[in-house]
Design a protein around this ligand. Sequence first.
Ligand code: F6R
Length: 313
Amino acid sequence: MIQGRSESSCKTTQICIQLSPRIYPQTDEQCKRTFPHNHTAAHPRHAAADCYIKVTAMPSPNLHLRVVDPADFGAAAAALVAEALRSKPDAVLGLPTGNTPVPVYEHLVAQQRQGAVNFSRARVAMLDEYLGAGDRPISFFHWLREHFLGPAGIAADRVLRMPSQPEGIAAACAAYEAQLAAWGGCDLQLLGLGLTGHIGFNEPGSPPDSHTRVVPLSPVTREANEEYWPGEEVPAFGVTTGIATLLQARRLVLLVNGERKAEILHRTLEGPIGPEVPASFLRHGQDVWIVADRPAASHLDAGVEQLGSQAAR
Ligand code: F6R
């Protein structure tokens, strides 16, 4: 069914609409009559996903927001990865590091042990790295190997590493892009959300036409990463897949958990699209899923409903 909630039930003058496949064909007309000023055409893909959208915040049929209980967060995101692998066993997965994806990787590894998912043919493209990290335990490569590549049994020859050697870095970044293109691009790109609105290491100011390159890290990001560099200074530069490269992924999945990310998620989805919040460019992606736990979604104007059992389909 479709349920339009009046403006007074939302925090702002925006309309929250729940779509479901059952009566999809008439939702568009009905919606138009009920909300003549805020109506945006519904889309079969939303209906098929049985998801909740806020029409004014997410006018694009390419955006899907899935809000789940914190306990369901890993399973909800892992379900999207498993789905990608089921439809394409040698899918190219773009993978981040950090705290956010930990429960997702744990869930995927457990699922593989149970035979529910199979990474034996999957390929992995790293999202970013510290400049100069090399093979040190502090590198994102090391982190990803410990937390996912090793436990999932993904061999080094199926991993596209982000270069980190300062010498010849521009050529190495171009080679990374060329190899990703030779693989046919990313089928599914997982992303975390930085407090600055960064995705990968695309810090504020990153243009939408950026490709893999070296970037200066913001003070906020360097501070957030201090826990990983005990007794050392966090590097001043990172190497990251660019916004344009990310937007070429056939599916993008933004993972956001915790109340401290609530405000930046609100700006990402409901603020202006622009380089001040690089993650906002995701709204231009072909097929974008946002998996957020309830605390992270708590600042959204949408008044998003909790999706309960739909979280892990
Ligand atoms: C890490 C990365 C970063 C993180 C982001 C959130 O590979 O690309 O963009 O995803 O800084 O980090 P956590 O998940 O630790 O909050």
